[in-house]
Design a protein around this ligand. Structure first.
Ligand code: PRP
Length: 183
């Protein structure tokens, strides 16, 4: 159980442990390294949620890469708002580059669909998508996913980059969050 002082937020036992996540990250990195052998890529993280997955994953990918980030948000509390906001765009030009887009979770698919379209308009040589978590049952807009860590049921999950009101991102594991956990 994790208690964050001040608000007495309580999170239960891990849904995915740190060890499970790290094993999955290795597996994904190996597949990506094989698929991109001989190529130079640009890895793009969608912030804030992807920061931890992104940094663990890129450390293990064995092809030359540049990195960049796009800062976007769509959620309001535990509901997906359906509205997208880009807070900070890429700094790099992706024209003619092999882009690997890295996301922590695909839920409704609105965020990914929006960013995917935005980046495709910039004429990359290729664009593949890697997500740690896929909540397929919640999908409103479908986008093909090239690398998926875990398919998960419709739980609101926090930790390993994922938040509730910007809290819990620093947990090294993923846990299910319930609003009644806030007293
Ligand atoms: C979360 C998550 C994904 C997105 C997935 O980001 O990190 O980017 O929602 O949801 P969707 O498939 O329904 O669009 P959020 O908008 O909460 O911003 P954050 O990354 O700063 O947490």
């Amino acid at each position: 159980m994790l208690h964050q002082t001040g608000k007495a937020m309580i999170i239960g036992k891990p849904f995915l442990t740190s060890r499970q996540i790290q094993n999955k990250v290795k597996e994904l990195a190996n597949r990506i390294s094989d698929d991109y052998e001989g190529k130079d890529i640009i890895a793009i993280g969608i912030l804030k949620g992807a920061f931890m997955f992104f940094s663990d994953l890129v450390k293990l990918i064995q092809v030359p890469m540049d990195i960049d980030f796009i800062v976007a948000s769509s959620y309001v509390k535990t509901q997906s708002a359906g509205e997208m906001e880009i807070h900070a765009d890429l700094r790099e030009d992706i024209r003619g580059r092999h882009v690997l887009l890295i996301e922590d979770i695909v839920d409704t698919g609105i965020t990914l669909n929006f960013i995917n379209k935005l980046l495709l308009e910039r004429s990359p040589a290729s664009l593949k998508i890697c997500t740690l978590l896929d909540k397929r049952s919640c999908r409103q807009i479908d986008t093909d996913l090239d690398y998926v860590g875990y398919q998960i049921p419709d739980h609101y999950v926090v930790g390993y980059g994922l938040d509730y009101e910007n809290k819990f991102r620093n947990l090294p594991y993923i846990a299910v969050f319930k609003e009644e956990n806030i007293k």
